[in-house]
Design a binder for this molecule. Structure first.
Ligand code: FEO
Length: 397
């Protein structure tokens, strides 16, 4: 793969990882991903923005074959999918300086053994001249680690945002032309790695408001020549306002919990509440994470196994607790055989969720008419809470 020109003397370089299906041994990547790096040739200095996953070091280095000098390697983020090839780059350009935040420097020293003398650290708002071009560094913590920053190329009004605004898509389309596809992939990425920090991200978005940006160039997925598309999406995702949505991760062993879930979904739908139901035995966890971004209520459906929740339900609860969605309400439904501590055990798994717990519905064995009435009541309570909260109808996933 050759580099591609995006502006005069500004190039996309990097690698497309068509076949990667899992990130951090956790995050499903149904559409692969890309590792975008950028080369800026100023009139006096040359800068490389980010690098690539070390698995693709050869790809990056072949794109740099005709580049005699690199003066600066800007490390917007220390995670290895962007920084992992920096040591190889420094091997070819030993005089290059690595530019990062103070926290980024420490991480790159810890993670990759980059030596102290290779660094220039930059504070928020610092600039670096390349001659006819100016790099401005904007500290944007927690997109996705605490050390992250964006780099703004002033003269071309390009924001190099690294993970921020990124999407895991392997494509030869340099720009986000299929906005529906990119929207879902970017939301998936936001949900999986940034949702827990949405209040800080809101501040980062505020900070960027003052910049005139013609192009957002993230380090995963396509670039955004219409930045408002992705910025507006982020503003929605980080807001405190949930939507009229119930997310229902569930699992069943002998059909009793499944019967409850089916009745409950019907009752909610009848009351005009949107439901996203996921069978945890087979679901794409990334899809579940996407729906948690907007959920007003999370209801976990689980049978009782050895007195506690099914392990898959425990995993979903743990994941939701880790991702800290904005949901205002939570509950549990499910069946048990002889005794259960499901409610206590799940409650213990979700201390980060600032949600009001609505009366769970647990039934012994196969659900009876009384259990279905209890589910109807829970659905009515949720619909009422959503109405009172003014939760808007969701128009897209
Ligand atoms: Fe794409 Fe946080 O790394």
């Amino acid at each position: 793969m050759k580099g591609r020109k995006i502006r005069e003397n500004v190039y996309w370089i990097g690698a497309i990882d068509w076949d990667r299906r899992l990130f951090d041994s956790l995050i499903p990547l149904p559409d692969g991903t890309s590792y975008n790096a950028y080369l800026i040739r100023g009139s006096e200095k040359t800068a490389l923005i980010d690098s690539v996953d070390p698995f693709f070091a050869d790809t990056l280095m072949s794109q740099l074959e005709a580049v005699d000098t690199i003066d600066y390697v800007v490390a917007n983020h220390a995670e290895q999918d962007h920084s992992g090839t920096i040591p190889t780059v420094l091997g070819k350009y030993p005089n290059a300086k690595v530019v990062g935040t103070p926290k980024g420097k420490n991480m790159l020293m810890d993670l990759l053994g980059v030596p102290d003398e290779s660094f220039i650290t930059v504070q928020d708002g610092d600039t670096l001249s390349l001659g006819d071009r100016t790099l401005e560094f904007i500290h944007t913590p927690w997109v996705h680690w605490p050390e992250t920053m964006c780099t703004y190329l002033r003269e071309d009004r390009i924001l190099f945002s690294c993970d921020f605004f990124g999407s895991h898509i392997a494509t030869t389309d340099l720009y986000a032309t299929d906005q529906g596809r990119v929207y879902e992939a970017a939301k998936r990425y936001f949900a999986e790695i940034m949702m827990p920090f949405r209040r800080i991200i809101r501040k980062n978005l505020d900070k960027l408001k003052g910049k005139a940006v013609d192009l957002i160039a993230p380090s995963h997925g396509p670039l955004y020549p219409q930045p408002d598309f992705i910025v507006d999406a982020y503003l929605d995702w980080v807001s405190d306002e949930p939507k009229n949505i119930v997310v229902l991760p569930c699992v069943s062993m002998h059909g009793s919990t499944d019967r409850m879930v089916r009745h409950f979904v019907g009752a909610l739908a009848e009351k005009e509440v949107t439901v996203h139901q996921f069978d945890l035995a087979v679901t794409d966890i990334g899809k579940l994470a996407i729906t948690l971004v907007d959920a007003g209520t999370i209801v976990i459906g689980t049978p009782t196994v050895h007195v506690g929740p099914h392990p898959l339900a425990a995993y979903a609860a743990y994941l939701a607790n880790m991702l800290r969605p904005k949901a205002r309400f939570a509950s549990i439904i499910g069946s048990y055989g002889w005794s259960t501590k499901v409610v206590d055990q799940i409650a213990g798994l979700i201390p980060n969720l600032k949600a009001e717990v609505l009366e769970p519905v647990l039934c012994k064995g196969y659900p009876t008419d009384a259990d279905f009435r209890a589910l109807d009541k829970l659905a009515e309570t949720i619909a009422g809470k959503h109405r009172e909260g003014g939760f808007a109808t969701s128009t897209r996933l």
